[in-house]
Design a protein around this ligand. Structure first.
Ligand SMILES: [Zn+2]
Length: 137
């Protein structure tokens, strides 16, 4: 049987932390602390994990209403997420933060490297993804 991150809550978190999924991004994906990622980096990690695990509802709920798309497409079977690397987390003021990251994936054998600086805003007690800028290097 194909091993999948879905099969075990004790498996390492898809975001790359050594912690188990349930002790890392899983906390924000469901349960008592649903949507309560405490800072922009935790939210960024949980959104990457949500992309990997096809949790589209979570992605939409953590997307700021002003920039949120109407809907999202799930992963196709030939998309493989390879990893997340957080390059920086900067708090600009109490309610604004940026997270620089590199996310790697492979789609139909084609490797993709996405280097972005995402902006996050804190509103109503929660962090939301606002938008992002690609970093060209
Ligand atoms: Zn995680």
């Amino acid at each position: 049987m194909k091993k999948s991150a879905r099969t075990s809550l004790a498996a390492p978190c898809p975001c790359g932390n050594a912690a188990a999924y349930e002790a890392c991004c899983g906390r924000w994906h469901h349960g008592e602390r649903y949507l309560q990622a405490p800072d922009a980096e935790a939210l960024m990690r949980s959104r990457y994990s949500a992309f990997v695990l096809d949790k589209l509802d979570y992605l939409l709920k953590t997307w700021h209403a002003s920039t949120r798309p109407e809907s999202l497409e799930g992963n196709t079977p030939d998309t493989k997420w390879l990893g997340l690397q957080i390059r920086g987390h900067r708090l600009q003021d109490a309610t604004h933060a940026t997270v620089e990251f590199v996310a790697r994936s492979r789609h139909r054998g084609q490797a993709t490297r996405m280097h972005e600086i995402s902006r996050f805003v804190h509103e109503g007690g929660r962090w939301f993804y606002l938008d992002g800028e690609f970093v060209q290097k």
